[in-house]
Ligand binder design. Structure first.
Ligand code: ARG
Length: 290
């Protein structure tokens, strides 16, 4: 599937940092249960369409020069395609998720095995319920952390202790935005975009305090998962239909790349949900884990 050519911005110069992502082909994709308001098991799904949309996303990352590793899909675990939920990494330390819902619980073992087999130096399975980069987003050297639907706020403390980075808790209050990455995206080390109405008034105030210049999404763009976006610091991959967000990003000098993730949206996820960033430093790992 071809993807639209990147639309370039005119703002300040942006520099991409090469990324390493973990993705899982939706070979067993289906909506056979409902654990978020987007999932309607009675509606048909087409695994082949999900695979085509996913392959397009993977190819975009490869064309941008990023590395993509794959986790093998497991029959009976249709949500495995959403690898963002499997872990959070910083400097080669891996905090593997503990899922809220029984339907996804067995995914943790697949991540534990994958990281252990590749020689990541420190792999923890968190004690508290947390859904990896679904609710934990690293912005520079600070972690923004969602709670309210999935991740236990006590997992915020646990993660802060393991990774030694400050964790800022943000209360999600609209069930449609049940993971932080459905309502907020990291653009750069100190830049984010988000949808204020997905957060409690106190958390909205925290976001205004920390990121007064953030890009603010319209409700129309938030509802099509415009914020479920992946940025490498220069290119931002987001739904093609999120036109207001794309225009704001281009004004700031980002290059926007529109994708169609409509089939994967039936499970409640978009581009970011399908992408886990593998972060390690040259000091923690002599070479990128194979
Ligand atoms: N069906 C999955 C769930 O409800 C979707 C997860 C989407 N992932 C994300 N990072 N928001 O758990």
């Amino acid at each position: 599937m071809a993807h639209p050519s990147p639309a370039a911005g005119t703002g300040p110069h942006r520099v991409a940092r090469p990324r390493h992502y973990l993705m899982c082909r939706p070979g067993h994709f289906d909506v056979s249960y409902s654990i978020n308001p987007w999932m309607h098991p009675e509606k048909p799904t087409a695994t082949a369409v999900a695979v085509a949309q996913w392959e397009n996303l993977r190819q975009i990352f490869l064309d941008l020069g990023h590395r993509v590793d794959e986790l093998d899909p497991v029959p009976g675990l249709p949500d495995m395609v959403y690898t963002a939920n499997g872990a959070l990494l910083h400097d080669g330390t891996v905090v593997v998720a503990r899922f809220r819902h029984a339907q996804r619980a067995a995914e943790s073992d697949a991540y534990l095995r994958w990281f252990a087999a590749r020689g990541y130096p420190v792999v923890h399975q968190a004690d508290r319920i947390n859904e990896g980069e679904g609710d934990f987003l690293l912005v520079g050297r600070r972690i923004l952390a969602g709670f309210g639907f999935r991740t236990d706020p006590l997992a915020h403390h646990e993660t802060q202790e393991i990774l030694g980075l400050p964790v800022i808790g943000l209360h999600l209050t609209d069930p449609r935005y049940y993971h932080l990455d459905t309502a907020l995206a990291v653009l750069d080390d100190d830049e984010i975009m988000y949808y204020p109405a997905a957060f409690s008034p106190g958390s909205q105030a925290v976001l205004r305090e920390l990121y007064p210049d953030a890009v603010i999404a319209t409700s129309a763009d938030a509802e099509i998962f415009g914020l479920n976006a992946v940025s490498d610091g220069r290119h931002v991959v987001l739904p093609a239909a999120a036109v207001d967000l794309a225009a704001q990003l281009r004004k700031r000098g980002f290059v926007t790349i529109g994708v169609d993730m409509s089939e994967l949206l039936k499970g409640g996820g978009g581009a970011k949900c399908c992408t886990l960033e593998l972060r390690y430093s040259s000091t923690a790992c002599a070479s990128p884990p194979a």
